[in-house]
Design a binder for this molecule. Structure first.
Ligand SMILES: NC(=O)c1ccc[n+]([C@@H]2O[C@H](COP(=O)([O-])OP(=O)(O)OC[C@H]3O[C@@H](n4cnc5c(N)ncnc54)[C@H](O)[C@@H]3O)[C@@H](O)[C@H]2O)c1
Length: 437
């Protein structure tokens, strides 16, 4: 099986299947197809399948014309019909791994898609889980489902591995193609063959590790590292405000150290599908070993209270104008979870808006990237344009995402007061009406 697959990789005869055509899956499918591997994307959402087959892109990190060309050339197609799994030699599973309402791992998408794969899995196929998850998932959950559902044996009839996705939406330098990749297979041969398949597609380094659990854990480490460091900085931001010290200037100064320090920045809380969720996958798994991940819990406690803290600060700013949040109009700028992207999953801005409204504030928002969003069953629409009149109509402007295509000078000139939780207005000279987190 090993030599057969290595030969097929070298000759570009591998047919690729990507399960889940979202922020991670679609860019991966496009890269595989661009590298000369015929690729079939699988998604349970018919509108995504239809869009791909019509050559329409819906993910920011994918170049529209690349997608269109690959579809026209017959190198990329999409389907909701898993029976096409029979035709593929390499499968990457890129489905969501959210938390349930009790903040525990919800692996239903991984489980369901793996069951669907197992029904049609054929011999000599490579299966790689890319979804972020707790250490052990590939061997404890995916492997038995594949073996039982297909009657095939892992390592003998098919290869299985884990390779964490590292997509950073909106990153202009690091894309799927040039970001290094880690591969941990079930057995050495699996690792070698799966790594060869990624090397045939990517420019970034491909690092082989000794097991899927190492690869699963390293991904959680990456995201937990960010989560905890952001938690530390958020806590220091609260302290620095009490002490009358600018946390931003402190971080700038510390960043002059050429070794041993990496800057992280405070903000209204954590957002996105990864950093706020993934560490809980580890906390959950750790409890199986009677272990409490206290650093994760502490950092989550701080990060989770940032939206409420920011609203408290907003209230204090209005107080200075003898106003209360109750009855004041607040213009929130930016609801995406980070700058210059349209993804608002887990965005702290949504919680800021919720908290503001709980206090009775009249909230409007403007986001050039997120024209509307749905949160807790409610739909909201962005103000169409950021005009001087709109800014003047608000008692307070609260900046919750550092989008670069916003006219912050206009904001400064016309706002009664600004609360900048991202320090995005740092280069604006006149700062009389600006308060920074
Ligand atoms: N978005 C990121 O920035 C990012 C970065 C690194 C890692 N990840 C991880 O990658 C994984 C995927 O995240 P994403 O952001 O691409 O999610 P997404 O929601 O954008 O896309 C997932 C897709 O999977 C499809 N899907 C769900 N269940 C399915 C099933 N049973 N069969 C077929 N299709 C199914 C959905 O319809 C959706 O289109 C997650 O584990 C996430 O933690 C995401």
């Amino acid at each position: 099986m090993k030599q057969l697959l290595l030969d097929k990789i070298a000759k570009k005869e591998i047919v690729v299947g990507v399960i889940g055509l979202g922020y991670v899956g679609l860019p991966l499918a496009v890269e595989k197809a661009k590298a000369g591997f015929k690729t079939i994307g699988f998604d349970e959402q018919p509108h995504k399948v239809k869009m791909v087959n019509e050559g329409h892109n819906y993910i920011g990190d994918v170049v529209d014309k690349d997608l269109k060309r690959l579809v026209e050339e017959g190198m990329l197609s999409a389907t909701s019909d898993f029976s096409f799994i029979r035709d593929v030699d390499f499968i990457a599973i890129c489905v969501p791994t959210p938390l349930d309402i009790h903040q525990e791992p919800d692996l239903s998408c991984v489980r369901n898609s793996t069951r669907d794969i197992a029904k049609y899995l054929t011999k000599n196929t490579m299966v790689v889980l890319e979804s972020t998850t707790y250490p052990g998932t590939t061997e404890e959950l995916v492997k038995p489902i594949l073996e039982e559902g297909s009657g095939l044996k892992c390592g003998e009839d098919f290869y299985l591995g884990f390779s964490p996705e590292r997509v950073d939406p909106g990153n202009l330098i690091y894309k799927t193609k040039n970001t290094p990749k880690v591969i941990g297979g079930v057995g050495k041969d699996a690792t070698e063959v799966i790594a060869a398949m990624y090397r045939a597609v990517l420019e970034g380094d491909v690092k082989e590790v000794s097991s899927p659990a190492i690869a699963e854990m390293e991904k959680i480490l990456e995201n937990t590292y960010r989560n905890i460091n952001i938690g530390l900085i958020n806590e220091l931001a609260i302290l620095c405000n009490e002490m009358g010290i600018s946390i931003w200037e402190v971080i700038d100064a510390a960043s002059t150290k050429p070794y041993g320090f990496q800057p992280f920045y405070p903000g209204p809380g954590l957002g996105g599908h990864c950093i706020p969720l993934d560490p809980y996958y580890l906390s959950w798994k750790a409890r199986e070993y009677g272990f409490h991940t206290s650093m994760i819990e502490s950092s989550m406690m701080i990060n989770d209270k940032m939206p409420a803290y920011c609203v408290e600060r907003a209230g204090k700013i209005l107080n200075r104008f003898r106003k209360s949040l109750n009855g004041s109009r607040v213009l929130v700028l930016g609801v995406a979870y980070k700058q210059d992207i349209d993804d608002y999953r887990e965005s702290p801005a949504l919680r800021v808006i919720e908290e503001l409204e709980k206090t009775g504030a009249d909230v409007i928002y403007y986001d050039p990237w997120v024209r509307q969003y749905r949160f807790k069953g409610q739909e909201r629409v962005s103000e169409p344009e950021l005009t001087a009149e709109l800014i003047e109509s608000a008692d307070l402007v609260m900046i919750t995402a550092a989008h670069t295509n916003v006219d912050y000078k206009l904001v400064q000139r016309h706002a009664k007061a600004v609360f900048d939780t991202k320090n995005v207005m740092k280069n604006i000279e006149n700062r009389e009406n600006i308060e920074v987190l």
